[in-house]
Ligand binder design. Structure first.
Ligand SMILES: C[S@@+](CC[C@H](N)C(=O)[O-])C[C@H]1O[C@@H](n2cnc3c(N)ncnc32)[C@H](O)[C@@H]1O
Length: 357
């Protein structure tokens, strides 16, 4: 170690220290934000800003001393505003969007839930590093499933019906007329329900091997008034039933599968003549060096904690990772037998591929 430190560059050390310090502050800010969501503090702030810690505590039924410390941490992070003259705290419209605007595409609370689940599950993942075994999706703490739905749903709501489906050749027309759709690895069913709402003449099947997620999806669909044209079933991606689907979709789940090639081959065999496979995956460049930025850091980290162990827990255990990139995904689809593959859309966080026989 002493030898290794001989060439220590003080300036570079200071830069790294500053960066890591920001990360430490961010990791603690995130837990403050998560608690503020669970305890209803941000929604109360939206209602009654500007407010003293005493009044906020009273309105939320929480202990004033804890609330004051939490508010101070939030003010230091820039998550809430503080006016020293009145000693009151408030939430600007921008802060309200990030921390309190449920269903807004820029609300980040679902993201925070996912990160908190990663912290909770760290001992299991560290053990997996030692054994080389996987960690099944079902063995993660519950806030992963809720956070995933909460984080992804607004993005799908903003893009799926108005941008992604219209970008697929001839698919919107089929769905409007009445088509059969399968949504594989549908989780809590946010994409399934969006398609069922937009295309009432079509039947949308949601498949996932995680029973609690399917049960949740079913009740969500019923609340959303689309129980009549949705069918949810607990089944693995390589075994979903039926055939002649006009459209099969996989949202942010292909890379989580142990055998994505096998799953895609099963999709191919279940498509109708002229049917389409739509794959939505995290945005990524094709090489590691293209992904060395904050979004890449986030995806690789979540992939270390969630996606890679989820895939390694299944047969084959290909472990594509959440930053596979278009080139690798295309190879997987080609290996499964798809011939015509193209990128049809992208957002800062997703790429959308269309695959056909
Ligand atoms: C990151 S979540 C995405 C869920 C949902 N598509 C969404 O975007 O909100 C990945 C999902 O894939 C499912 N999954 C992973 N491997 C699977 C497999 N082999 N068969 C069926 N579902 C699978 C998990 O249970 C989980 O619900």
């Amino acid at each position: 170690m002493t030898d290794h430190l001989r060439n220590l560059n003080k300036k570079r050390l200071e830069e790294l220290q500053n960066n890591v310090l920001k990360d430490v502050a961010g990791s603690l800010g995130l837990i403050m934000a998560y608690m503020g969501d669970r305890l209803g503090l941000y929604t109360a702030l939206v209602e009654i800003s500007p407010v003293s810690s005493k009044d906020l505590a009273e309105c939320t039924g929480l202990n004033e001393r804890y609330v004051r410390e939490w508010l101070s941490a939030n003010a230091a992070a820039g998550y809430v505003d503080y006016d020293p003259l009145s000693e009151k705290f408030s939430l600007s419209p921008e802060q309200a969007v990030i921390f309190a605007a449920e269903r807004h595409p820029d609300c980040m609370q679902g993201f925070f839930q996912i990160v908190v689940s990663a912290y909770r599950d760290e001992p299991k993942v560290s053990e997996a590093f030692r054994t080389g075994q996987g960690l099944p999706w079902s063995d993660h703490s519950g806030c992963l499933f809720c956070g995933t739905e909460r984080f992804f749903r607004p993005m799908y709501a903003a893009n799926l019906i108005d941008a992604w489906i219209p970008a697929l050749e001839g698919v919107r027309e089929k769905l409007e007329a009445g088509a059969r759709v399968a949504d594989i690895g549908c989780g809590h069913g946010s994409s399934t329900i969006l398609m069922a709402q937009a295309f009432p003449k079509s039947t949308i099947h949601g498949f996932d091997f995680h029973r609690p997620s399917i049960e949740h999806a079913r009740s969500r669909a019923s609340d959303a008034g689309v129980a009549g044209n949705t069918v949810f079933e607990v089944v693995a991606a390589k075994e979903f039933p039926g055939g002649s689907y006009d459209l099969v979709t996989i949202f942010d789940a292909l890379h989580d599968m142990g055998d994505p090639v096998g799953a895609a081959a099963h999709v191919l065999s279940s498509l109708s003549d002229g049917g389409t496979f739509m794959v939505v995956e995290p945005f990524a460049g094709d090489s590691l060096e293209e992904n060395l930025h904050p979004l890449g850091q986030i995806y690789y980290s979540l992939s270390t904690m969630i996606c890679t162990p989820a895939s390694k827990a299944q047969e084959v255990g290909l472990a594509l990772g959440a930053q596979a990139g278009e080139k690798r995904l295309t190879e997987v689809l080609r290996e499964a037998g798809f011939k015509r593959i193209r990128r049809v859309a992208e957002t800062p966080s997703n790429i959308v591929l269309e695959a056909r026989a």
